[in-house]
Design a protein around this ligand. Structure first.
Ligand code: ZN
Ligand code: ZN
Length: 406
């Protein structure tokens, strides 16, 4: 019997608590940086499994030390979204919360982070129960606030790197719209870098009938919105990837008042740090130029937020994990992940340690019926999704920690 088969031999027992835990997590999502209930459930189970438990920066880390050998880190994210669930599942969330603006919002695990938590806890138990066949250290890291890109940084800012061993390799996974039971890997950039920027441009208020006495920020903002469309079309190499979207444009409240400012919310994505820098520079240059052209009385302001780093899978680690997946799942259950224009803050932790990493996808839906993440109808199949996510973590970890690989 292989080391992987031996460790996964207890999966029936693990599944018996994992599925109810998953349904409970799904029914009780929490907003980013408010994951108190989830964190307490995770910490309690990590303690029970004999991990050294560190609660830090809104997250919780379980360190399972098992003799000399490599240090492997796996990251799960814990937050839900302000989405009102419409799946109709018996364990659908009916919870609500008050968001930062004071509005009452529905809560939903519409991105599958409940799967990530349940899978990683299951993998910790499987590894903890078979210490004889592997050697080294397994770190299970549960981060808050992936959805707003704040959680990994919060843990780092609180001193994570001095509280846990430096990992030799790091992993993350995400439930996606692929067929359930399938895993997807890929070397190189797989998730884009993402930036949001709030741009405020200034005009001079006036009566709607007397535009010559003011500077109209509505016309200025409109010119900027159109001119920004040339950034990707005219300034980015056609063989490179970038997306620029103006998601919001607001100014004024009445038809007969020229307001004194306008605000644009712009979202940027790229798979390359140089492309990203070029797009940001072009946006700022165009906004400054249009403000000058309009006679704006005050320089524009740029407030960057929700900034996600690039997820760029290291080649050797990805090859090792892909081969381990091929052996365990078989070639039919292994697909190329492809590039996904969404973004993640997973890479911040390995980058802070200088650790190579790979991030893979786990399918969660009947073939051809995938629902996009963040949809109110995002209802992955519990099985085989949960087993696949749990097995993937164990298989990838044992590719480094298994005594047959050392
Ligand atoms: Zn998400
Ligand atoms: Zn997600």
């Amino acid at each position: 019997m292989s080391v992987v088969e031996q460790v996964l031999g207890r999966l029936d027992d693990t599944r018996a608590w994992q599925e109810p835990l998953y349904r409970d997590l799904h029914a009780h999502p929490e907003l980013s940086l408010h994951e108190e209930r989830t964190r307490a459930l995770v910490a309690e189970r990590l303690c029970a499994l004999g991990c050294d438990v560190v609660e830090i920066g809104g997250g919780v880390v379980g360190v399972l030390a098992n003799g000399p050998g490599p240090v492997v880190l796996h990251r799960a994210d814990m937050d839900g979204l302000p989405v009102t669930e419409e799946t109709g599942l018996p364990y659908a969330s009916t919870d609500t919360a008050v968001d930062e603006s004071g509005a009452t919002v529905g809560l939903m695990h519409a991105c599958g982070h409940d799967f990530h938590v349940a899978s990683l806890l299951g993998a910790v138990e499987l590894l903890a129960f078979e210490p004889g066949v592997w050697s080294g250290t397994f770190i299970a890291l549960f981060q808050p606030a992936e959805e707003n890109a704040a959680g990994a940084q919060a843990m780092l800012d609180a001193g994570l790197t001095s509280l846990i061993p430096r990992p030799d390799v790091a992993f993350g996974q995400h439930v996606l719209g692929h067929e359930a039971g399938v895993v997807g890997t890929q070397s190189g950039p797989v998730l884009s870098a993402g930036d949001s920027v709030r741009i405020t441009v200034f005009g001079k208020g006036s009566h709607g009938s007397m535009p010559h006495l003011g500077v109209d920020p509505v016309v200025l903002a409109a010119a900027i919105v159109l001119r920004l469309q040339t950034v990707v079309a005219r300034e980015v190499d056609p063989t490179d990837f970038a997306v620029l979207t103006v998601g919001s444009s607001t100014a004024g409240t009445k038809s007969n008042v020229i307001p004194d400012r306008a605000t644009l919310l712009v979202n940027l994505r790229a798979y390359d740090v140089d492309v990203r820098a070029r797009v940001i520079a072009a946006v700022e240059r165009i906004v400054h130029g249009e403000c000058a052209a309009a006679g704006s009385p005050q320089p524009p302001t740029f407030e960057y937020y929700d900034q996600f780093p690039l997820t760029d899978n290291e080649a050797d680690v990805t090859a090792t994990v892909t081969e381990a997946f091929r052996r365990h799942f078989g070639p039919d259950r292994l697909v190329p992940l492809g590039r996904i224009p969404a973004s993640e803050d997973f890479s911040r932790v390995p980058d802070a340690f200088g650790t190579p990493y790979t991030y893979w996808g786990v399918g969660g839906f009947p073939a051809g019926q995938g629902v996009p993440n963040h949809s109110p109808f995002f209802a992955p199949l519990i099985q085989p999704t949960l087993d696949t996510g749990t097995e993937a973590i164990v298989v990838a970890a044992l590719a480094y920690l298994g005594k047959d690989n050392q």
